[in-house]
Design a protein around this ligand. Structure first.
Ligand SMILES: [Zn+2]
Ligand SMILES: [Zn+2]
Length: 336
């Protein structure tokens, strides 16, 4: 008598490059009985019992091999060509960590968006253009982009990393940064990648700077055997947080700007002079932190400063680029 059969679609999906992303014990119950033999079947059932797959976002356990990596990407008519790139990247890197429902909750950052700050416009038609905030006050950084909207499973993964020190998520998130970066920037546009620094006191309290760890994970994902010290230098020798700041939670944009003013310091001017720098953080909320960090780098001779985050909160903008409602999903905004 045969055991549970594996579907041809599941096999095809695995053949298309997902197999090595899935933990060794994944999908084993779905293999045919005669291939494994009775002992193998029992052994693998035991492995599944000992190492069940639990979704890192919602905590649900799911049947092995039940995810369809193509369902959301291929069958969602709302997605445009560029969105598929981001969705595909997210699905590939997050597949071993999320159930099907959470995989499909990913929202890519899609055009039309503000050319500078990256906020999405409500209407899905039209070209990228400046939002009203950026028209009024261009600011210090050149442009900000994110891999996804700060919602659903992506928001939960960021929380797991930042507040629960779930470091197993560093590699997939580093890969997400590395691959989605190539969709937003041209080769050679960025000379140096720096994390948003954390003050030493906060660093001691938490034990790590998630932005630094994400940059380290990105550097690993570049696949170089030795770290490219020019592109990924030792950030603490160049750019630091010189002043501790109160948590930004619950503050509006003007208060956030005042709170963060003068918080950063370039300690090696020669290292930033004339360079195009990419600042990396986990979440972009109002942009106050990125703006202040970029201002300090520009004042010390940086040629250009861009900002790249895993996720971005998205207020809803009308066609004119005005906010229709406040920020969404900002329960944790500004927590450091
Ligand atoms: Zn889930
Ligand atoms: Zn803007």
């Amino acid at each position: 008598m045969n055991g549970p059969a594996i579907s041809s679609q599941t096999l095809a999906t695995k053949k298309e490059g997902y197999r090595h992303d899935v933990p060794a014990h994944a999908g084993l119950l779905r293999l045919k009985g005669p291939v494994l033999g009775f002992g193998g079947y029992i052994g693998r059932a035991l492995t599944d019992a000992i190492f069940p797959r639990k979704c890192r976002a919602c905590g649900a356990y799911w049947p092995h091999g039940s995810q369809s990596s193509s369902s959301h990407v291929d069958h969602n008519p709302d997605l445009q060509a560029g969105d598929h790139g981001l969705c595909n990247i997210f699905h590939r890197v997050a597949l071993p960590f999320l159930c099907s429902d959470c995989l499909t909750s990913f929202e890519p950052v899609r055009s039309p968006l503000c050319e500078r700050c990256g906020v999405m416009f409500k209407s899905p038609v039209g070209e990228d253009h400046l939002c009203s905030d950026c028209l009024r006050q261009p600011g210090a950084f050149r442009r900000a982009r994110a891999a996804g909207v700060y919602s659903g499973a992506l928001m939960e993964l960021v929380h797991q990393l930042k507040y629960r020190a779930c470091f197993v998520l560093l590699d997939p998130l580093g890969q997400l940064l590395q691959e989605s970066f190539q969709l937003h920037w041209l080769p050679g546009e960025i000379d140096m990648v720096l994390p948003i620094p954390l003050h030493a006191r906060r660093w001691r309290q938490r034990g790590f700077n998630q932005a630094q760890m994400l940059v380290d994970a990105w550097a690993r994902a570049e696949g170089r055997s030795t770290r490219d010290e020019c592109r990924f230098p030792k950030a603490r020798d160049i750019f630091v947080r010189s002043r501790p700041t109160a948590p930004q939670t619950g503050l509006g944009k003007p208060e956030r700007r005042r709170n963060i003013r003068g918080a950063f310091k370039v300690v090696d001017r020669a290292a930033v002079k004339g360079r195009s720098i990419l600042l990396v953080d986990d979440v972009y909320t109002t942009g106050a932190t990125a703006e202040e960090a970029a201002r300090e780098l520009k004042e010390n001779g940086a040629e250009a400063v861009d900002v790249f985050t895993i996720a971005r909160t998205m207020p809803t903008l009308d066609r004119m680029g005005r906010k229709e409602n406040g920020l969404v999903n900002n329960e944790f905004e500004g927590r450091e």
